[in-house]
Design a protein around this ligand. Structure first.
Ligand code: FES
Length: 124
């Protein structure tokens, strides 16, 4: 059995480099991860949008969510859940997309912690 304390943690930056309402992309073992601090809490998730793979680091915050810059889907940064999908308006007509195309899973979250002024992420 694996002891959760044995999980490999990667130091990613100093605590004071990750200020409130900021995020940054880091790469651990070839995995691009978005880390940040929002509403006083740290988060870490896969940088690839679960919808069509856009880089979430180009998105922006909305409350506890990240809004993808590509199609505007919103994912909660702390639960990983898809919170909102968008419809598209083109020349005064609402364009309904193919339901298959609209589908999206949830965000992949990672464990993030802070200790002695350093922020750590674990991929497990
Ligand atoms: S790729 Fe992110 S919402 Fe479509």
């Amino acid at each position: 059995m694996t002891n959760p304390n044995d999980m490999e943690r990667y130091p990613i930056c100093k605590s004071n480099e990750l200020v409130e309402d900021t995020m940054r992309k880091v790469t651990i073992d070839t995995v691009d991860i978005l880390v940040g601090r929002r509403n006083g809490k740290l988060f870490a998730c896969n940088n690839s949008c679960p919808h069509k793979g856009a880089s979430l680091s180009k998105g922006h915050f909305n409350e506890d969510s990240i809004v993808c810059h590509m199609h505007g889907y919103e994912y909660n940064l702390f639960t990983g859940k898809l919170e909102k999908m968008r419809s598209w308006k083109k020349e005064d007509t609402w364009v309904e997309q193919d339901p298959e195309w609209r589908k999206s899973g949830d965000l992949i979250l990672y464990s993030i912690s802070e200790e002695n002024g350093t922020v750590y992420v674990s991929l497990k």
